[in-house]
Design a protein around this ligand. Structure first.
Ligand code: F6P
Length: 534
């Protein structure tokens, strides 16, 4: 089955509500469970035929073999010649995992144990700054060295009993200035997180933090730690070996929160809670490796994504967590999905004949409802929505809040599916006393087309274990979509050109070199900046 052939199964007239009418078991049949989590994709136009066609794609693309190759440490990241083994970082009870004939698990577990000891000593005060135990931790990193731990720190707020955490990513001096201003340089731990330890934003912020600490009476030789796969560079920066946590090149930046990049999270919530996070990820791995395609949550999430993007042509998808603590999850998924599957060249170098991955965006509910849902309900584009919600919150005294949250989440997917016809809108306007042309005009504004697809992921409560399940679920979803598209989801060449040009523009915006070789627009913008700069 070719992806393109699935278009024959698309039918704009297929009403989701009719699918429910004709199948009393639809909700159960078009959902998948993994542990205690339930993924409901019944509010889509996918029927038995479509699902069979989508499953066939998995067979024809050799998905099982690709999946097993990833877990077995084969170099499936072909353009970089690397294995893809972030799953080894959460392989707590698993057997050996070999890369080039060498079991990587002893080193993974050894680093994890060093992280646990370091994190607990920071939390307990055995490792301290020049002015005493650490009150604050600043993580300096960007992209995968920032978004994962930021997202997880917010998500696990109820478990946060360690020092306060701060994240600095942007090279905009405002970010580090606003962060450091409130901190004591003698009681702050700085973690420099960079896989390559060359990223200009991170290294610039790290040097600024080091100067701030020295000038403020702190001791960078005790109060800095590093997370990187470039150990020679961490040493050159002056970070003591005991404070350096390494990882191998087979952990991609956007897949790295499970290992040393997760160190700030471990310091915040403790090593037991972090272990539970890893176990949640591992549980999803086991499910992904064993469940039949139609019962397999990551596979079905991917197939729903393929159906909406590559078959029906919807160019974006909204991720809508009804969980305030997942407020950074959409940003995290943006990198995970768009950096992984935003490609137009297939693995073999040929051009992709179907659209690449979609634009991913979103905000927590219910805030989004009062901002952009208008377009989702009545705009001319169809935007498949991915809702997420917990059965219960963390605040027993605020269950009435959670009931409202849940009701709002369920109401949105129902409204998207059901819509409101012109006749229904007319009846409502007539009930308000409108008649004639005014009734007609007003009614038309109140029509909802409906039949708009959404999925809902529901879980018991946002615990560390559940967070691990959710992140691993989406990682595998991205992997499956990449396999079906025939692309390499694990490189990111698309970020390079901008980096190179920024380097060449450095001396130009400093006024040291002329902008004459640049295009007229760039030259004019440089001239403006130079004119108004002090
Ligand atoms: O933006 C490109 C990128 O390489 C991301 O893939 C990565 O997560 C980020 O930069 C940060 O890289 P590093 O961890 O090496 O500083």
């Amino acid at each position: 089955m070719q992806l393109g052939a699935l278009k024959a199964l698309a039918d704009a007239d297929r009403r989701i509500l009719d699918l429910f009418e004709s199948d009393a078991n639809r909700a159960a049949e078009f959902s998948a469970s993994a542990g205690n989590m339930l993924f409901d994709y019944s509010k889509t136009q996918i029927d038995e035929n479509v699902r069979a066609g989508l499953s066939q794609l998995c067979e024809d693309a050799g998905l099982a073999a690709r999946r097993d190759a990833m877990f077995a440490g084969e170099k499936i990241n072909e353009t970089e010649g690397r294995a893809v083994l972030h799953t080894a970082l959460r392989n707590l009870d698993g057997g050996p995992v070999e890369v080039d004939g060498q079991d990587v698990m002893p080193e993974v577990l050894d680093t994890l144990q060093r992280m646990r000891v370091f994190a607990e000593e920071v939390r307990g005060g055995a490792i301290a700054g020049a002015g005493g135990s650490f009150t604050d931790v600043v993580n300096i990193g960007i992209g995968g060295s920032d978004l994962g731990p930021v997202m997880a720190t917010h998500a696990l707020a109820p478990y946060h009993d360690g020092p306060r955490l701060h994240y600095v990513s942007n090279v905009d001096g405002a970010h580090i200035a606003d962060t450091l201003r409130q901190l004591d340089p003698t009681r702050t731990l700085v973690i420099v997180a960079s896989k390559t330890f060359t990223t200009i934003e991170t290294m610039t912020n790290a040097r600024t933090a080091r100067a701030w600490m020295s000038e403020g009476g702190g001791d960078p030789s005790r109060q800095f730690a590093a997370v990187s796969s470039a150990l020679d560079k961490t040493q050159a920066f002056g970070i003591p070996e005991a404070h350096v946590f390494g990882f191998a090149d087979w952990v991609g930046g956007r897949y790295s929160v499970w290992g040393p990049v997760g160190l700030p999270v471990m310091i915040a919530v403790g090593s037991n809670a972090f272990d539970a996070f890893l176990r949640g990820g591992q549980a999803m791995d086991l499910h992904f490796r064993s469940a039949e395609w139609t019962e397999n949550m990551p596979v079905m999430l991917a197939l729903v994504g393929i159906w909406h993007r590559q078959v029906l042509g919807h160019s974006s998808r909204a991720v809508l967590p009804y969980d305030q603590r997942l407020l950074r999850l959409p940003a995290y998924f943006q990198q995970l999905e768009m950096e992984s599957n935003g490609k137009s060249v297939a693995m073999d170098g040929s051009s992709l004949t179907v659209p690449s991955g979609p634009v991913v965006w979103g905000e927590p509910g219910t805030n989004g409802q009062h901002a952009f849902y208008q377009l989702i309900h009545q705009g001319t584009d169809v935007i498949p929505c991915e809702f997420m919600v917990a059965a219960e919150g963390h605040e027993p005294e605020l269950t009435h809040h959670h009931r409202l949250l849940l009701a709002n989440c369920l109401a949105q997917s129902e409204a998207l599916m059901r819509g409101r016809s012109l006749d229904e809108a007319r009846d409502r306007m007539a009930a308000k006393g409108l008649t004639g042309a005014e009734l007609e005009r007003q009614a038309r504004h109140r029509v909802f087309p409906g039949n708009r697809p959404s999925t809902t992921l529901i879980y018991p409560k946002l615990t560390p274990f559940v967070l691990g399940q959710i992140i691993a679920l989406y990682e595998h979803r991205v992997f499956v979509e990449g396999v079906l598209l025939g692309i390499n989801s694990f490189d990111q060449w698309g970020v390079e050109l901008g980096k190179e040009l920024a380097t060449s523009l450095g001396p130009i915006v400093d006024g040291e070199e002329s902008a004459q070789d640049k295009d007229a627009s760039t030259a004019a913008l440089v001239a403006y900046a130079l004119k108004y700069r002090d």
